[in-house]
Design a binder for this molecule. Sequence first.
Ligand code: ZN
Length: 146
Amino acid sequence: MDAIANRCIFCKIVQKIIPNAIVYENNKFLVFMDKYPINYGHSLLVPKQHYNTILDMPTELVGEMYALVPKLAKAIITVIDSDGFNINQNNGKSANQIVPHVHVHIVPRYSKEKIKGQWPSRQIAKIEELRQLASKISENLISENV
Ligand SMILES: [Zn+2]
């Protein structure tokens, strides 16, 4: 592990040093449940290799990353029966990027929400609940042949 990966929480999740609820992975990307979800089903898509921001990534890899988003979002909103979703991808501290390893937020939304489209305060979720949900979404992805 290099120096950056040593300090980066998402690199540690990619390397399975820190346990998480994994939804999907291939040789380049990992999808897991956000431990501080702003909504039920909030998931994160990350490149396995460390890049601080999207500007550091090869353009083709950015394309491959975003190509996964519709399939993932479809599986997530199907499993939890939400009405829609937001895609957020923050770059830099001024843009509210908390973990400096590129990540795409997929945030399910519900028509009954009071604060639509905003980023409410977050609460930590129980890992076992996240794992059960990750497993359901993962099964949905398999049935859709992702
Ligand atoms: Zn990293």
